[in-house]
Write a protein that binds this ligand. Structure first.
Ligand code: SF4
Length: 380
C-alpha cells in the first residue's frame, strides 16, 4: 500500500522514497506512539537504561504492545517473530529488528521464531532462481543469528523446508483473505503472478504457529521496520476470526540512505546507500567519507552556526549502534549542534567503530553457522 503524505514521502513494504516524517507516517498508518510512560514500563521489565534502539526512539511506534506486556506480567510470555526475504547481502539497517529481538530474548527469556522467505523472493524477483534464493537465505540466516540468540529458544522457519508445518496454517489464513483485500493492501495488479498473491498467507502463519502447537493463545510480538506494517495488518485482521491472539508490533524507523534520501537499500544500483555486513574496511571508509551529512557548506559556517544532526546519515549510525554509551552519544550530538565537531573528524571517528563491529560480527556469524541446522523446523 502506498501511504503518501502531502510532504511527498512514500513508504511501502517494497520502497521508501523521500525524507520520511515518522510522526506523520505513524498517524497515516494508525499506529500508537511508543511514548515515555510506555518506555518507563519497559524499563521496569528490561532494566534501565533500555537498549539504545528503544531508549533513543528508533523504535517509535507499536500496535498492542501493552497487551503483550500485561500477559507477560501475568505469566503468559509472548514469543518474538521476525523474518527476512533473502535477495542479497544484509546491511546494517536489516539487522535492527534482530538486534532488538536478541536483546529482548536475553532479558526476558522468550522464544524467537525467524522466518526465511526464500519462496517470497523467488516469486517477487523474476530473475532470482530458487536455488540462489535458498543459498542467500542460509547466508542471511548466519548474519541474523550472529547478534546472540539462544540456540535452545530459537526456531527457524525456512519456507521451502518448513512448508509441511506452515502450509495448514497458511491455508487457514488464505481462506479468510479475499483478493480484493490483498489488492488494496499490497497494490496487486493483473500482472502479478498467483504465487505472490498467496504469499501473504504464508507470512502470517508463524504468528499463529506457537498458539496452534500449544493448544492455547500464546501472545506474539513482531519487531519490524515500519515499512513492513501492511503485511501484518492482514495477519492481525484474520487472527481473532481464526481463534488466535492478534500479534503485537513494534516498529523501527528505517536507517536512512548514506546518499541522503530514502532508506539504506540493497538494490544493486544503490549499494553506496548502505553499509553491508560483508563490506571490507576500504569500502566502509569510502562510503562513510561520501555520506550525506547535516553539515554546512564551509568550515567557517559550521563553526558559527553548528550542524543539524537530525538530517545526517552519519549521526543516525552513531544513534543506532555505534555510540552505545549515552554520555558519548549526547556529547557527539551536542558538539555537532554547536559546531565544535566538524564532519570530517566525526566521520574519521566513526569508521574504526564500524570496522570493528563488522569484524566481531563476522566471527559471530561463523560461530552461528555451527548451530543453524539445529534451529530449522522440519529440517532433519
Ligand atoms: Fe553529521 Fe557528524 Fe557532521 Fe554532525 S558533525 S552533521 S553528526 S557528520
Amino acid at each position: 500500500m502506498a501511504e503518501e503524505s502531502p510532504e511527498s514521502f512514500k513508504v511501502t513494504p517494497w520502497a521508501v522514497e523521500g525524507k520520511v516524517d515518522y510522526e506523520r507516517l505513524r498517524v497515516l498508518f494508525g499506529t500508537s506512539d511508543l511514548d515515555e510512560p510506555l518506555r518507563e514500563r519497559l524499563r521496569g521489565l528490561l532494566g534501565s537504561p533500555l537498549h539504545p534502539l528503544l531508549e533513543r526512539g528508533i523504535y517509535f511506534s507499536h500496535r498492542d504492545l501493552p497487551r503483550v506486556l500485561t500477559e507477560y506480567e501475568k505469566g503468559n510470555p509472548f514469543f518474538l517473530y521476525s523474518g527476512r526475504g533473502p535477495s542479497g547481502d544484509l546491511h546494517l539497517g536489516h539487522l535492527l529488528p534482530f538486534e532488538l529481538c536478541a536483546y529482548l530474548q536475553r532479558r526476558l527469556n522468550v522464544d524467537m521464531w525467524i522466518q526465511i522467505t526464500d519462496d517470497e523472493k523467488f516469486l517477487f524477483k523474476r530473475d532470482l532462481p530458487l536455488e540462489e534464493s535458498r543459498r542467500l537465505g542460509f547466508e542471511n540466516l548466519a548474519d541474523i543469528l550472529a547478534p546472540g540468540f539462544d540456540p535452545k529458544r530459537t526456531h527457524v522457519l525456512f519456507d521451502t523446508i518448513a512448508i509441511r508445518t506452515l502450509y495448514p496454517l497458511a491455508l487457514e489464513v488464505a481462506r479468510r483473505v479475499t483478493f480484493s483485500t490483498a489488492r488494496a493492501v499490497f497494490g496487486f495488479t493483473n500482472e502479478n503472478n498467483i504465487g505472490s498473491i498467496f504469499y501473504t498467507a504464508l507470512q502470517s502463519a508463524p504468528a499463529f504457529l506457537p498458539s496452534k502447537q500449544a493448544g492455547r493463545p500464546v501472545p506474539c510480538l513482531i519487531p519490524c521496520g515500519i515499512d513492513q506494517d501492511p503485511h501484518f495488518r492482514v495477519t492481525r485482521d484474520v487472527a481473532e476470526p481464526l481463534g488466535y491472539p492478534k500479534p503485537a508490533l513494534l516498529h523501527n524507523e528505517l536507517l536512512p540512505s548514506l546518499l541522503g534520501e530514502g532508506k539504506m537499500s540493497s538494490s544493486t544500483d544503490a549499494t553506496d546507500s548502505a553499509i553491508f555486513l560483508t563490506d571490507k574496511p576500504e569500502q566502509v571508509r569510502r562510503k562513510v567519507s561520501k555520506a550525506f551529512t547535516g553539515g554546512r557548506t564551509t568550515v567557517e559556517e559550521q563553526r558559527r552556526l553548528g550542524a543539524v544532526p537530525e538530517v545526517c546519515s552519519v549521526w543516525s549510525l552513531w544513534r543506532s549502534r555505534f555510540a552505545p554509551d549515552p554520555k558519548e552519544f549526547a556529547e557527539i550530538t551536542r558538539t555537532c549542534r554547536s559546531g565544535e565537531l566538524l564532519c570530517g573528524e566525526c566521520k574519521s571517528r566513526l569508521v574504526p567503530r564500524i570496522t570493528k563491529f563488522l569484524e566481531e560480527h563476522h566471527t559471530a556469524r561463523e560461530k552461528a553457522k555451527e548451530w543453524i541446522q539445529g534451529t530449522l523446523v522440519d529440517g532433519s
